[in-house]
Design a protein around this ligand. Structure first.
Ligand SMILES: C[S@@+](CC[C@H](N)C(=O)[O-])C[C@H]1O[C@@H](n2cnc3c(N)ncnc32)[C@H](O)[C@@H]1O
Length: 208
């Protein structure tokens, strides 16, 4: 929780009611304790994909496909990586049921990203293992065209990024890692990054 609970509740309430499929996916995530983007982050992803007219997006961390669904509903064809076979299969089925085409790959993201063509994506969304964020960011910068977007979730880690201490959700190791990651992101000359207090914190960077 990075905002006052009442503010978070209010913002969540302003998001459109999830349709039956999205509601089912969210219930699945909650039941099986699968970490998925919250409502406001999902709304942001969908709006950014639509507003920028992103045709091709690449994603690290499909889980059961909630963020993928938002990007795809925003108009992007998404290439997404996941290593958990059950989550990968569930995501495929949900996207199919929504009538959306996506390239969902059961593959380690670092391996998969390395095989994709430089500059061929309009948008990248990084939401996989936190220990891989630095490597995945380098790959995302290579893959996104000039003027495209690189988005990263959980950059505020329930406030731990700001206080420098662990939270109920995030270990001290993760907090130290994200603080170093955010510092590095801010300093990159090939990106113009800004940090949004949406959901668990989203970094939004424009590829220079
Ligand atoms: C935070 S979840 C992704 C949530 C998803 N983006 C959403 O909001 O709907 C992170 C996912 O990354 C997956 N993962 C872990 N290591 C990975 C790797 N090396 N390559 C690809 N995915 C990985 C995990 O299994 C997990 O499902």
């Amino acid at each position: 929780m990075i905002n006052e609970p009442a503010v978070t509740e209010y913002l969540t309430g302003l998001e459109p009611e999830p349709d039956p499929l999205l509601a089912e996916m969210r219930a699945h995530g909650q039941r099986d304790r699968i970490p998925i983007v919250n409502h406001t982050t999902g709304g942001l992803l969908q709006a950014l994909a639509a507003a920028t007219g992103a045709k091709r997006a690449v994603e690290v961390g499909t889980a059961i496909g909630v963020s993928t669904l938002h990007l795809a509903r925003g108009g992007a064809h998404v290439t997404s990586f996941e290593v958990d076979p059950e989550r990968h299969a569930a995501a495929k089925e949900y996207l199919r049921r929504d009538g959306l085409e996506a390239d969902l790959r059961l593959q380690d993201a670092s391996e998969g990203l390395a095989g994709l063509e430089s500059g061929s994506f309009d948008l990248a969304f990084i939401d996989g293992p936190k220990a891989g964020y630095a490597t995945h960011l380098d790959e995302a910068v290579r893959l996104v065209r000039a003027g495209g977007l690189v988005l990263v979730d959980n950059v505020l880690m329930s406030g731990g990024a700001a206080t420098g201490t662990s939270t109920d959700q995030w270990s001290q190791e993760s907090v130290d890692l994200i603080r170093a990651f955010n510092d590095g992101l801010k300093r990159r000359e090939d990106l113009r990054a800004t940090f949004l207090p949406v959901g668990d914190g989203v970094a939004l960077a424009v590829r220079q």
